[in-house]
Design a protein around this ligand. Sequence first.
Ligand code: PLP
Length: 559
Amino acid sequence: MAESAGRPAQEVDQFLSTLPKVIDHITSRHTDLHTLPTLATPSSISNTLSSLPRSLPEQGLGVEGTTSYLVNSILPGILQAQNGPRYYGFVVGGVTPAAQLADILSTSYDENVQVNLYQQTASVAVEQRALELVLDLLSIERKVFMGRTMTTGATSANVLGLACARDYLYANSPHLPQGYSYAQDGPPSSPTLPSPPIIVLSLYPHFSIQKAASLVGLGSSSRIIHSMPSQADDELAFDVYKLEERLEAEKQAGRGVIVVYGIGEVNTGGFGRGLGDVAELCKKYGAWLHVDAAFGGFAGLMPELAEYTKDMDKADSLTLDGHKWLNVPYDCGLFFTRHTSSLTTVFQPPSASAPAYLASSSASPQSAQPTGLAEAEGTVQAQDVPSPLYVGIENSRRFRALPLLASLLSLGKEGYRDIVTRNILFARKVATFINESPHYELLNPSPRASVGDQKTTSEDSGGLDIIPSNIVLFRGSSASPYPPSSPGSSTELTKAINDTRLLYVSATKWRGEGAVRIAVSNYLTDEARDLDIVLGVLGRLGRGERGVQGGGVSVIQSR
Ligand SMILES: *Cc1c(COP(=O)(O)O)cnc(C)c1O
């Protein structure tokens, strides 16, 4: 080592001697992920809490001491296998091997992907290409959504969508000068402007839509966000006649409308039909269509569900998540819009006010690099990618594109089709068990046993209902220890399931009543190994048998 080896050199030495221990830990977690209990035990959580430093020490512990402390005292008290094959809470996904390795590399470079300094770094172009590959995965033409960026998640992508919508609708309001900029001039004061000036029409919006509406200054109350009627035979589909009536009335009133269309309802995983019709109406009446397809947008990779997602390219703006079904690490959200100018109006200050040190080098664009390959229309060349800070909330940003690009490349379209299909088939097996069990009620059966055949109803599907996607929503039956008549029974059932630490599920409410929800979104979930474990736990609890507690796959019971 250099003679002048001071403190940083010691830290580097410690880093190098500690790194193999971290690799060992990651290796054993990776190998054991399918046998690890989903949750920490209550005692390990309390041990972690009592081991937390009470104050910042004057003398640091050093790299090695600190890392040992993390591995021995902190990590045992956090979720042990949220990225494992039987964690079915929320929609969490996991981390594909290529993504995990790339994320480690990304941290190692710690690059700030903020300004497009294309002559100094390719990172912004890498991010752009990763976004283009996501469009390829979904068979959406790249040129449709020329406004694209990576965010921290679907929530912030929804913020971007509503912010763009707000600016677009004010700029096109019949009560304001054409091109009015809310971003620059704030809320307008025109006496003829209706109150509220903009409303949101939706069916079952994800809670983050309310947050986004509040944040971008639309308001989040029910005066702003309206729940629209659904079709008589499809509660997840807009009643397009009612929607058209409403759009017509709002147009008469000169009010801006944002239609938020969810693909993949969070409780049921379901989709309504009719995105294409809704898109046409939005176009006809000048409404902005924001599609929140955080996880559901990927369900269409399974050919029989493709009809539900095929019109995503009609959206004015589109939200997707990378950290859910794409199985890349937190945090990773994706935002797309066809209105690039709305995006830059919101996030790019007039050039005079942009600090000079943030200027990109695009003043001297090089000619496009000859690649020798014909590229899809809408492919953006390195020097033309807008600086991320001008198309999103953050200035400083992580190089989160690297794990996304790695995962997409590693698996290819086929690999992702396989994950989505396996997850959905797994969920359907669980749903079939729930449906046939006297101890449970399935709450999200599909009336279409054969999706794609519009005529098929539950009567002519031989009673074998299936769920459309990757979520199973259910509750105990009156023949179970968790009867619907008993208040809180679904919460108790959820707790009993989760206490086994063999699998993890979420408690939720559906149609005002308690329910349990299994969302399958992890690439590791394996029918051959995990289905028996899941059905074993559900079977025993449904029959009122206890004692499956403890975690560890060695206690797997027969169904
Ligand atoms: C998960 C989800 C969100 C929120 O996404 P985050 O990535 O957690 O911010 C928004 N909308 C839908 C439909 C979701 O499923």
